[in-house]
Every structure is written in structure tokens, then in C-alpha cells.
Write a protein that binds this ligand. Structure first.
Ligand code: AKB
Length: 315
């Protein structure tokens, strides 16, 4: 078993609950401290150390690092694209303040590694939308995207200036059955499975031909840990890596679900999230991650759909 002591901030969210489980498997339950601003998520209760923590409270972060002898931190707390547009200043404050606090603490406390997620939301309508490359025009139009792009540059700055080993991925929409997403534009791709099983129908808040890059949570968790385990000399960029698995539209995911639930019905009522999606890539070129540290996805739409429906209690 590995020696590090790991802190996960924002552990109660969609990625956190699954990442904590994977990290506890790798490092041992007692060596992974899960924290969130809320009471423990049921998947985190009684399974290892848990603390209530506000990601913007630097003193509280420092206290937990010293209490547990933390060597690595994953900072997952954030407001996502749709929630962010409802309160842009709050999204900026939460997303940036939590990162800047942690970067300073990481340098002062000489942490071995920091992980901070970025997103395809860094891209905007002026970015090439198909096979979006690692380096391209980046002019985000959501406050979430602006904060993620600024954060990427802060991560690179701390690496270049202070030698901090900080790593990051630009996640596409993430689809999971153990944990629910909250406040994203890609959330429809999780809701649709729940509604298909519960009601046999779903009203989608994006239009039928809106293609977005997506990934099954199993791949995302494995990719995150593989990036963190990769030898530092393999990482040719300290901006976040493009990461990709599949791209599909609401119409295509509905067709995949109909292979298991033939009378599943979908209709479309696009709302403000349509405009966010219209500014994002349709597909992502992640060849740099594949070349630098060997990234490879396992799940496509068909495999993911079968696994989602099986685990959510369907066929
Ligand atoms: C969102 O939709 O805001 C997130 C993301 C793509 O980062 N899922």
C-alpha cells in the first residue's frame, strides 16, 4: 500500500464520492481524509476520516493538513456551469479563492502533489468545435469557464515559479450512477437514465442534436489517478490536459437507452443551458494526454448505457 496521506476537498460531490473510494482502495481508508462543507454523503459515512471543511477557509485547510500529516490534496469544490451563471460573482469567488488558498498552502507546507480539475468549459464559441486540440483559441463565455481557464494558468504559474507539482484535467461531461451531478450543462446525460427507468420518458433541456464530449465516471476516476501517478518528467504541460472518451447527442443517448427500454420516449425543451452547450466543443482531441502519460478510455456509449441501467436497477 502507498505511503501518502491524501486530503480530498469537496468530497461530497459527483466526482468526490467515487474518487475517495478509489483513493482509499489505493492508499488505505485511514490515509484518505474526505472533507466537504456539508455533512458526510452516505457513501462517505463511517468509511474513513471525515471533516466538515469550507474550501475557502485557508486556516481550516492548514489545520487539517497538520492534523493528518497530509502530503497530497485533491481540490474538487466548485460551482459548475449552469449554477455559476445564476450567481457569477459567487462562482468566481468560490472557484478562485479555494484554488489560490490551496496553491499558497501547498507551497508553504511543501505538499508533494496537488490535483485540481479543469473542464471543457474553458473553451468558447471561437474555439474549433470538432476535435478541439490541446492548444487552441480559448475564450470562455461562462463564469465557470473563465474561472477554470484562470485556474489553469495559476496552476502553471505556481509550477513554474515555485516548482509546485500541480496536475489537472479538462473533464468532459461525467456520467455516474453512484453519485449525482449538480449544476452542470451536461447533467442531462445522468438524469436521462434515472428518468428512463422511473418514468420511461425524459424531457431534455438541450436540443436533440447537441453533441457534447462525455465520459463514464469509471474512466474519469482511473484517468485522474493515472495522471497523479505519472512520473513528473512525462508531463509536458502544467495547463490541464484535454481528456476524452466519447461524444453524443441527446437523440443518440436516447437511442442507446431504447436498446434496453424499447418504449423509452424523449422530448426536448431547451433552456438557458442550450446557449452554454452551443459554445462548447462537440468533440475533443486528447492525443497529447494519450502520448504523454498513456491515457486511454474504456467506455463508449453502448457499454456505459448497459452499465448505467444495470447498476441503477434496470435491465
Ligand atoms: C458542466 O456541465 O458544467 C460540467 C463540466 C463539463 O465541467 N459537467
Amino acid at each position: 500500500m502507498k505511503k501518502d496521506k491524501v486530503l480530498v476537498i469537496g468530497a461530497g460531490g459527483q466526482i468526490g464520492v467515487e474518487l475517495v473510494a478509489a483513493l482509499r482502495h489505493l492508499y488505505g481508508a485511514d490515509n484518505v481524509v474526505a472533507t466537504d462543507i456539508r455533512e458526510a454523503h452516505p457513501m462517505l459515512k463511517g468509511r474513513g476520516p471525515y471533516e466538515i471543511l469550507d474550501a475557502m477557509d485557508g486556516n481550516a485547510i492548514r489545520a487539517i493538513i497538520s492534523k493528518y500529516g497530509i502530503t497530497q490534496v485533491y481540490l474538487l469544490a466548485a460551482l459548475l456551469s449552469a449554477t455559476g451563471e445564476k450567481d457569477p460573482r459567487r462562482a468566481w469567488d468560490i472557484n478562485m479563492e479555494s484554488l489560490l488558498q490551496l496553491l499558497d498552502i501547498a507551497v508553504q507546507e511543501k505538499l508533494a502533489k496537488v490535483y485540481w480539475p479543469s473542464s471543457i468549459a474553458v473553451f468558447g464559441p471561437t474555439t474549433p468545435r470538432d476535435n478541439t486540440p490541446q492548444q487552441t483559441i480559448i475564450e470562455p463565455r461562462t463564469v465557470y469557464g473563465i474561472s477554470k481557464y484562470a485556474g489553469e494558468q495559476w496552476c502553471q504559474y505556481y509550477n513554474l515559479r515555485w516548482g509546485l507539482d500541480v496536475r489537472s484535467l479538462r473533464y468532459p461531461g461525467l456520467i455516474s450512477w453512484r453519485s449525482a451531478p449538480g449544476g452542470g450543462t451536461t447533467d442531462y446525460a445522468v438524469e436521462i437514465y434515472h428518468e428512463a427507468l422511473k418514468h420511461g420518458r425524459y424531457t431534455c433541456f438541450l436540443s436533440e442534436d447537441t453533441y457534447l464530449p462525455m465520459m463514464y465516471m469509471d474512466d474519469a476516476i482511473r484517468g485522474t489517478i493515472e495522471l497523479m501517478e505519472a512520473p513528473a518528467e512525462k508531463l509536458g504541460t502544467r495547463m490541464a490536459y484535454n481528456l476524452s472518451a466519447m461524444s453524443f447527442s441527446p437523440r443518440e443517448i436516447a437511442e442507446a437507452i431504447r436498446k434496453h427500454i424499447p418504449d423509452f420516449a424523449i422530448d426536448y425543451a431547451p433552456d438557458f443551458r442550450q446557449q452554454i452547450a452551443n459554445g462548447w466543443p462537440r468533440s475533443i482531441d486528447d492525443s497529447v494526454a494519450r502520448a504523454h502519460w498513456g491515457w486511454k478510455h474504456d467506455f463508449d456509449l453502448a457499454l456505459m448505457t448497459a452499465d448505467m441501467l444495470k447498476n441503477l436497477g434496470g435491465k
